[in-house]
Ligand binder design. Structure first.
Ligand code: GAP
Length: 503
């Protein structure tokens, strides 16, 4: 059985080897917190986004889409509370200059993890106590401003500190004692300047969430689309956060993508819609192959909720590095529209012609991370088993058991050998399928090795043209997971794929 880190190492290596995910700017040594999706990764990611879009937008009649700008008027972020309170607690090591998120540091210490070896839990309580006080104060302050310390307990189990007494405060990286600063609030918004001047008048932010673009367009969408409550606005797009400590591969990045819905309804219906979206979003992951035993819906405790949130639940996945959040579903009440109404001075109320009632709608927000979903699907898919090699001997095999709807390549087409007219027949099949699906043609090397490459790419089907094809116009179709091979007529390939791929 692999240790969690071994499994992550193997997955990271496969993702690089096969072209799912690369380090950003790798030839220059990379850039912490940024990742590039390679030819297979971009297809997987697009499939995730397209499946989400068709599920929540195009297959429904109560949802519309939006694509708002990444950089918005800075006043948006004052109204939303991000300028004042979008912060994580940061701790610095004065010696090695390491920088940590205080809650992660405590978690690491609690677990006795330390890069310089040995346990670091002894002597921790002094900083833990100091930090705990500072964090509690900071959290209260942020809550008053309408923000929470993010993901306070979503990455980890609720933090409970050892109560050992000591005056030592070791750094988990260099091991130096008494070198850690007290936690300070660190604003996570990435800043830039717009226009020719670089001063406070041209300061702008890269959006830390896509949600605010939706709130700011609520009236535009309402007025132009002639919508009636309840209805939702959905958006997929990049978000940026200057994470103190990007980690766990793509899980916590500085540049990432979100898939967010703001679903507007009458306040009296908010609870019902919250329950609906909480379940619908959980089911979406299950239906795309995340195992129910690794996925859970965790309702926030009342003291975890931001003061404006009436309810919140997280969809969490048991990654090899721990149980962590994929998506949050929150009843945000009318907090955001009220804030923007007050700060912009524009009327954002909704008028119901039938009841003659004017009010600010409540909002249910299912907010998902594209990169985190992709990572969860990759972790779930990684499988090792045994399969016969070209000589029929059992050999270790690595395969990505991605759901066919997520698989970057739907089918690969091979001529058994590169002669006797087989490549021509195989190429014709490939050309026909290419019009409908992302398929791959390969004639290089032993067929067994070609199968293995596709297993690692997560390709559900391999179609092989062999000697018999030339006589009876049939091919073999090999199933990635079961290794079963069906022999079917060339004219039946498209319907076979359509049935098994579900599109
Ligand atoms: N509008 C609400 C909002 O942004 P959030 O919990 O801060 O809520 C929503 O973010 C989702 O965005 C998370 O559940 C996660 O999937 C994703 N996300 C947030 N920060 C991320 C990061 N640094 N790297 C990758 N994904 C992130």
């Amino acid at each position: 059985m692999d240790k969690p880190n071994d499994l992550m190492d193997k997955l990271v290596s496969l993702c690089k080897r096969r072209g799912f995910i690369f380090q950003s700017s790798e030839i220059y040594g990379g850039l912490n917190g940024c990742w590039d999706y390679g030819p297979l990764g971009v297809e997987l990611k697009r499939n995730v986004k397209n499946l989400w879009w068709s599920d929540v937008v195009t297959s429904r009649d109560d949802m519309v889409g939006l694509d708002a700008s990444v950089i918005m008027n800075p006043r948006v972020w004052e109204a939303s509370g991000h300028v004042g309170g979008f912060a994580d607690p940061m701790v610095d090591c004065r010696k090695c200059k390491g920088r940590f998120r205080a809650d992660q540091l405590y978690y690491a210490v609690r677990q006795g993890q330390s890069r310089h070896g040995g346990t670091v839990s002894v002597g921790f309580s002094a900083i833990a106590d100091k930090a705990q006080d500072a964090l509690t104060a900071m959290e209260l302050q942020l809550k008053k401003k309408g923000r929470q310390i993010r993901e306070w307990s979503s990455d980890f189990e609720p933090i409970r500190y050892d109560q050992q007494q000591s005056d030592q405060t070791p750094c988990p990286v260099c091991g130096e004692q008494e070198c850690l600063t007290a936690p300070r609030a660190f604003n996570l918004m990435l800043k830039t300047y717009m226009g020719a001047l670089e001063d406070s008048s041209s300061l702008a932010y890269l959006r830390p969430e896509t949600a605010q673009g939706i709130f700011c367009n609520f009236k535009n969408v309402l007025d132009t689309q002639r919508l009636k409550l309840p209805f939702g606005i959905a958006q997929v797009g990049k978000a940026f956060r200057n994470e103190i400590n990007p980690r766990n591969y793509t899980f916590r990045s500085r540049e990432f993508e979100q898939m967010e819905i703001e679903f507007f309804c009458h306040p009296s219906q908010a609870d019902q819609w919250y329950k609906y979206w909480r379940q619908a979003r959980f089911d979406w992951y299950i239906n795309l192959g995340l195992g129910s035993q690794r996925l859970r819906l965790r309702d926030h405790d009342k003291d975890e909720l931001a003061h404006y949130a009436a309810n919140c639940a997280d969809v969490e996945y048991a990654f090899p590095f721990g149980v962590s959040e994929l998506e949050g579903i929150a009843n945000r009440t009318d907090f955001d529209l009220k804030q923007h109404q007050e700060c912009s001075g524009k009327d954002l109320t909704y008028y119901d012609d039938q009841t003659k009632e004017r009010f600010l709608p409540y909002v249910i927000e299912p907010s998902a991370g594209v990169d985190r979903s992709v990572l969860a699907f990759l972790c779930e898919a990684y499988t090792e088993d045994e399969a016969p090699d070209d000589k029929g001997n059992p050999k270790k095999r690595v395969l990505m058991k991605l759901h066919p709807k997520l698989a970057p390549i739907k089918a690969a087409v091979f001529p058994l050998v590169k002669k006797d007219g087989m490549p021509e027949v195989a190429h014709k099949i490939y050309d026909d399928l290419k019009k409908r699906w992302n398929v791959f043609y390969d004639e290089k090397g032993a067929v067994g090795r070609r199968y293995r490459r596709q297993d690692e790419a997560g390709t559900p089907f391999c179609i092989t043209v062999d000697g018999q094809t030339l006589q009876d116009q049939t091919v073999t179709i090999r199933d990635r997971d079961s290794l079963n091979q069906d022999r079917i007529g060339i004219d039946k390939i498209a319907s076979y794929l359509s049935e098994h791929l579900g599109n």
